[in-house]
Design a protein around this ligand. Structure first.
Ligand code: SF4
Ligand code: SF4
Length: 92
């Protein structure tokens, strides 16, 4: 089981989520973050930190964003780990 970053994250990158993750399993894509499914321990610490509610347990992922489960699994292993809060994008 894992948590998944879904569409509301696109172009947000406030990254409040990454600092609370005890296992540092967030990875930075060009326009959103991804969670590595083999590393996430389902602690849920990140869920309330996300101001746009982009993070879901895979069992609670809304149907319209079901593709994001595979997207996180595909993209996290090829992205850079992110553990510190970044400045938000200028237009977000
Ligand atoms: S806080 Fe939410 S929207 Fe912002 S980077 Fe983290 S998951 Fe994405
Ligand atoms: S549920 Fe816990 S382990 Fe998984 S990404 Fe969120 S903070 Fe990290």
């Amino acid at each position: 089981m894992t948590h998944v970053v879904a569409k509301p994250c696109v172009d947000c990158k406030y990254t409040d989520c990454v600092v609370v993750c005890p296992v540092e399993c967030f990875y930075e894509g060009e326009r959103m973050l991804y969670i590595h499914p083999d590393e996430c321990i389902d602690c849920e610490a990140c869920v309330p930190e996300c101001p746009v509610e982009a993070i879901f347990h895979e069992d609670n992922l809304p149907e319209e964003w079901s593709d994001y489960l595979q997207l996180n699994a595909d993209m996290a292993p090829q992205s850079e780990v992110i553990t510190e809060k970044q400045e938000p994008l200028a237009d977000s």
